[in-house]
Ligand binder design. Structure first.
Ligand code: ADP
Ligand code: MG
Length: 238
C-alpha cells in the first residue's frame, strides 16, 4: 500500500518544493519514497534536486506521442526516487494532465509514500489532479492571516474532491513571530494539526543554490530539524 500526499498552498513561493524534498528525505529514512514534481507549469523541483540536466521528465510521460517509459523519468537522488518535470512552456502546453493518473498509479506500485509537489493556483486541470490523486494534503503556509485564509481555501477545495488535510506546515517563520498564536488560530480554522514550524533560514537558500535538498545540504540546521519533526507528525500509513 502507498499513501500519497499533495504538498499544496494557496500561493507560490510558500516553500512547497523545499518542503516536498525535505519531507521526502526525512521519510526516506524509513520508507520507500517517490517525489513527483506535479507543478507541471512552473516546475522547479529539478533545480532543488540537482536534476537540471535530466533527459526524460514528467512532461515526456504526459505527452502521448513522446512514448516515454515511466522508469526513464525516475532518478535515484538523496535516497528517494525523484520524478522531475521539465521547465519548457512547450512541454507544459503539449502535456495532457489526465495522464498523471496513470503515471501516479505506476509509481505507486513501487513506493510506500508518494509526495506530489503541487501547483499553487486552484481551478485548472493540472492544479486539481495532484490534489484529487492524493490521500491527504500538506498545506504549506506562512504564519500570517492572509496565508491562513489562502490555506483554508485549499483545504475546502481538496475536501470537495474527497482529499483530507494532514495538517499545516508553517514555513519561513520569522524569529519575532508569535507562532503559538498562529498555531492556535490554525487549529481553530483548520481543525487539523500543525505539523511543524520551520524557521526562515539562510541554509534553505544555500541548499537551493547548491542544487541539494536542505536535509542533504545542511542536515543539522534548525530548519532541517523542523522538517524532520513535521515528517514524523504526518504519521504516514502506507
Ligand atoms: P514554492 O514551491 O511554494 O513556490 P519554494 O520551495 O520554491 O516555494 O521556495 C520559494 C523560495 O523561498 C526559494 O528560493 C526557497 O529557497 C525559499 N525558502 C523556502 N523556505 C525557506 C525557509 N524556511 N527559509 C528561507 N528561505 C526559504
Ligand atoms: Mg515549487
Amino acid at each position: 500500500m502507498v499513501e500519497a500526499f499533495a504538498v499544496a498552498s494557496g500561493k507560490g513561493g510558500t516553500g512547497k518544493t523545499t518542503s516536498t524534498l525535505a519531507l521526502g528525505m526525512a521519510l526516506a529514512e524509513e520508507y520507500d519514497v517517490t517525489v513527483i514534481d506535479a507543478d507541471t507549469g512552473m516546475a522547479n523541483l529539478l533545480f532543488h534536486a540537482g536534476l537540471d540536466d535530466a533527459d526524460v521528465t514528467l512532461h515526456d510521460l504526459l505527452v502521448a506521442d513522446r512514448d516515454a517509459d515511466v522508469d526513464e523519468a525516475v532518478y535515484d537522488r538523496f535516497g528517494m526516487s525523484v520524478v522531475p518535470c521539465g521547465t519548457s512552456l512547450d512541454g507544459f502546453a503539449a502535456a495532457d494532465p489526465e495522464r498523471l493518473r496513470d503515471v501516479v498509479a505506476d509509481l505507486a506500485a513501487d513506493a510506500d509514500v508518494l509526495l506530489l509537489d503541487s501547483p499553487a493556483a486552484l481551478g485548472s486541470k493540472s492544479a486539481v489532479l495532484p490534489i484529487v490523486l492524493a490521500d491527504r494534503i500538506v498545506v504549506v503556509l506562512q504564519p500570517t492571516v492572509p496565508s491562513l485564509s489562502d490555506g483554508l481555501k485549499v483545504q475546502e477545495y481538496a475536501r470537495s474532491y474527497g482529499t483530507s488535510t494532514a495538517g499545516v506546515l508553517f514555513n519561513r517563520v520569522q524569529p519575532d513571530e508569535d507562532v503559538d498564536a498562529v498555531a492556535d488560530r490554525a487549529a481553530r480554522y483548520f481543525g487539523g494539526a500543525t505539523l511543524g514550524t520551520v524557521p526562515e533560514s539562510d541554509a534553505v537558500r544555500a541548499a537551493r543554490r547548491a542544487g541539494e535538498p536542505l536535509l542533504a545540504h545542511a542536515p543539522t540546521d534548525p530548519a532541517a530539524d523542523a522538517f524532520r519533526e513535521a515528517a514524523a507528525a504526518l504519521d504516514v500509513r502506507p
